[in-house]
Design a protein around this ligand. Structure first.
Ligand SMILES: Cc1ncc(COP(=O)(O)O)c(C=O)c1O
Length: 440
């Protein structure tokens, strides 16, 4: 049975070409393991594992069972001044998975809320230390930190900003992005060239004086703008410059946390410890919306002053630490550990990289990038129709090849399941190649 046209018409879809979509709606009605089921009865392989969310696969039995049990036991609990048992349990699991020194975590409902929460924590931290003059926030060109005002302001993807005029947060600067076709086209993993891009922070510190900068926020590996791994030495350099000026370093790990790059956190994989780590997506395997912000112990301790009955952080959401989301999170984190998911993911990297880079030299491809199980493939845009070729690939994959491939404009993005079978990664790229070989 197909969704009635009035229903399709009523929904204003996010980040979607609504008018184009509604001509031939792509509607998903079920999922199991590595597949979606469509309303016309087909089974599609999900080559994007949700939206970077569902690394363990869809409808993972352990998470389904935990959610069902929790919703029947405690469907909601207030989270201010009292909270459900489950959120404490999840907090401990998250911090135990983290590198040493991060023992406190704050819960949100999304990556966007995590971005804004982390920026507020940074500002509040400096104020609590009597450095309230540190009000400047620094993001990076091509960065993505969600769609709320804080994240949008520090974000650096032009289409996400330009339609909303100049009314973004004041006192925000952007570092140069690190993508460089001339030096780094077709790099495998981290590009060897480009650590010096971090020195752009010195420029901003010279301009504003470093003592006025509160925080720098970056994705350790940029995802939404097309998978931009950090050049070798770049994150280390950024950490050094932040330390030199007392600037907090925030890693937005909404994509990279929980196995996407073969470790619990990118901080661990790169051996660079930020002050604040944002997460979402894999926290619950995408099953229930949830995000989190984890901080170095000293940041939390700095807030713990004043009278004991006083609230230390005037921030929180009605659904912060929602018990059903927390139950999903506990089950997901247990599954990651017991199923050895991060090791599995790491073990697939080489095969994924080799398959992805087999597109080098294809006439419609201009660059390929990868890190962990994140892959980006740039297509030549059609003249005067930016994004058209990418969207056509997505649609042909959906309708003709029974596979879901995400396009961000003319960039194809790949995020295989962390527990993929190598042959499914091969199959994904065979299908994409077939489509690319048959479009103009
Ligand atoms: C790095 C990063 N930060 C923030 C977000 C926003 O997350 P959400 O869509 O859950 O608000 C995303 C989403 O893809 C992301 O990749």
């Amino acid at each position: 049975m197909s969704t009635n046209p009035a229903a399709v018409d009523s929904y204003w879809m996010p980040f979607t070409a609504n008018r184009d979509f509604k001509q031939q709606p792509r509607i998903i009605v079920g999922a199991e393991g590595h597949h979606y089921h469509t309303e016309d009865g087909r089974k599609l392989y999900d080559a994007f594992s949700g939206l970077w969310t569902s690394g363990l696969g869809h409808c993972h039995p352990r998470i389904v069972e935990a959610v069902q049990r929790q919703v029947a036991t405690l469907d909601y609990s207030l989270g201010f001044q009292a909270a459900s048992d489950k959120v404490f349990e999840l907090a401990e699991k998250v911090t135990s998975m983290a590198p040493d020194g991060y023992s406190k975590v704050f819960f949100t409902n999304s990556g966007s809320e995590s971005a804004d929460t982390s920026l507020k924590i940074a500002l509040g931290y400096h104020r609590a230390r009597k450095e309230g003059h540190r009000t400047r926030l620094v993001g990076r060109e091509k960065g993505y930190h969600g769609v709320n005002f804080g994240g949008m302001s520090v974000g650096g993807m032009t289409p996400n900003r330009k339609a909303f005029g100049a009314s973004l947060l004041p006192c925000v600067d952007h570092l140069q992005h690190t993508w460089n076709l001339e030096h780094n086209a077709y790099s495998r993993g981290q590009p060897a060239w480009g650590a010096h891009f971090a020195d752009d922070l010195e420029r901003l510190a010279a301009l504003h004086d470093g003592s006025n900068i509160a925080a720098v926020i970056v994705e350790p590996v940029s995802g939404s703008s097309g998978i931009l791994p950090p050049p070798v030495g770049y994150l280390e350099r950024l950490r050094e410059i932040c330390d030199k000026y007392g600037i907090l370093l925030i890693f937005d790990e909404v994509i990279t946390a929980f196995g996407r790059i073969g470790a619990g956190f990118a901080a661990e994989r790169f051996g660079v410890m930020p002050d604040i780590i944002n997460m979402a997506k894999g926290l619950t395997n995408g099953v229930i919306p949830m995000g989190a912000v984890m901080v170095r112990d000293e940041i939390f301790d700095t807030f713990m002053h004043g009278p004991e009955q006083a609230i230390e952080l005037f921030h929180g959401y009605t659904y912060s630490g929602h018990p059903v989301a927390a139950a999903a999170g506990i089950a997901a984190l247990d599954a990651y550990v017991e199923e050895g998911t991060f090791e599995q993911s790491r073990g697939l990297e080489q095969h994924f990289e080799d398959e992805l880079h087999s597109f080098a030299g294809h006439p419609l491809v201009t660059d390929v990038r990868n890190f962990g199980l994140m892959g980006g493939l740039d297509l030549v845009p059609r003249p005067d129709a930016m994004g058209a070729r990418g969207l056509e690939v997505h649609k042909k994959c959906f309708w003709e090849e029974d596979i879901v491939v995400r396009n961000g404009g003319d960039i194809l993005q790949f995020s295989p399941f962390l527990n993929s079978r190598p042959e499914d990664i091969t199959m994904t790229f065979e299908k994409v190649r077939k489509v690319l070989d048959h479009i103009d």
